[in-house]
Design a protein around this ligand. Sequence first.
Ligand SMILES: Cc1cc2nc3c(=O)[nH]c(=O)nc-3n(C[C@H](O)[C@H](O)[C@H](O)COP(=O)(O)OP(=O)(O)OC[C@H]3O[C@@H](n4cnc5c(N)ncnc54)[C@H](O)[C@@H]3O)c2cc1C
Ligand code: FES
Length: 357
Amino acid sequence: MADTHKIYFEPVDIEMEVGEDEKILDAAFRQGIHLMHGCREGQCSACKSYILEGEIQMERYSTFACNDAEVDEGYVLLCRAHAFSDCTIELLNFDEDELLGGVPIQDVRTRVTAIEPMTRDIVSLRLTAIEPATYEFKPGQYSDIFIPGTDEHRSFSMATTQSTPGEVEFLIKKYPGGRFSALLDDGLAVGDELHVNGPYGSFTIKEGHALPVVCIGGGAGMAPILSLLRHLNETESTRPVRFYYGARTAADLFYVDEILALGEGLRDFEFVACLSEPLPEAPSPDGGGMPSGLRPELGNVTDVVARREEALARCEVYLCGPPPMVDAALLFLEQQGVPNDQVFHDSFTSPVTVVTT
Ligand SMILES: Cc1cc2nc3c(=O)[nH]c(=O)nc-3n(C[C@H](O)[C@H](O)[C@H](O)COP(=O)(O)OP(=O)(O)OC[C@H]3O[C@@H](n4cnc5c(N)ncnc54)[C@H](O)[C@@H]3O)c2cc1C
Ligand code: FES
């Protein structure tokens, strides 16, 4: 059995044990400690912390998430880190409510109940939980879905909420040759079983907060935002909500009617479709596209937000989708002076595109 060491987290005064063969973030989850995290692949920097004392080594990670100078200074990505002595680690980001009160990680056997095209490259995958019969998660969180017959998995955000605790929907962008997403064309069928593990992620609505909510999404980044909107609607939230969704053309829009219906249940809601290539297109397979009355804004979603939002520093911003979009928006939000603790983001990175040292 691998040697174990003690990890002491400051400034939260929490101690735990970690084996040399497990990553510090995984050891924390195992012991019910929900540290701040995003991708869990060493790519997003959400788990970046500071080593005050002790010996730590990291597995493969992206230098965009933690550069060489930071590593030399003592910064570490806890999702990639193994401890080889007792350590004291300073958490740079943490959510006091989540730390010891997060939803426990579950292993769920599920069955595919529907695979439906939403647009030319986005598919809705619906699963029903078999064992256990319900899956607990917070709106905006994500799961690992295992590639059948392997111990490899991919992360996908839930689009649904706890109003359907045994039925979960994911919205998945297809990549040609993608190990998981290509299965949606001919490798998976209704009735097949999938192993789901989760929930993970900090892209959740914070109870008791009152600031206006600005959601910025692109592509399959619709999924966790739809979950947040469904939750805000179900809980009759009174917070103002604006949702900027970036797509290439009108044919890449989907669920627009449901989004507008959810918005009708909110006190102050606006949906802004942002089209980067406004060429005339055939309607999407779900009969979606631009509904009458909805006027799209032209341009990248970040440019549209920049044109329309004047007081972002007084909003909570939920940002998610393809990594280039998320990176551009994070830079813009920093320039606008939006405090870090008002920005929640999930960057839809792939483990095979990681840029390493
Ligand atoms: C926290 C989190 C939440 C996520 N939620 C979702 C979600 O709700 N819906 C969703 O569709 N995806 C989501 N993703 C991304 C998802 O986990 C996979 O990485 C993605 O679906 C590709 O997996 P794959 O097995 O199909 O392709 P892979 O086999 O991993 O990759 C095959 C090829 O596809 C291309 N590719 C894959 N990903 C990208 C990318 N991001 N940008 C450019 N090219 C790429 C590359 O050419 C790559 O070589 C999420 C990722 C994270 C970290
Ligand atoms: S870099 Fe660790 S969670 Fe993303």
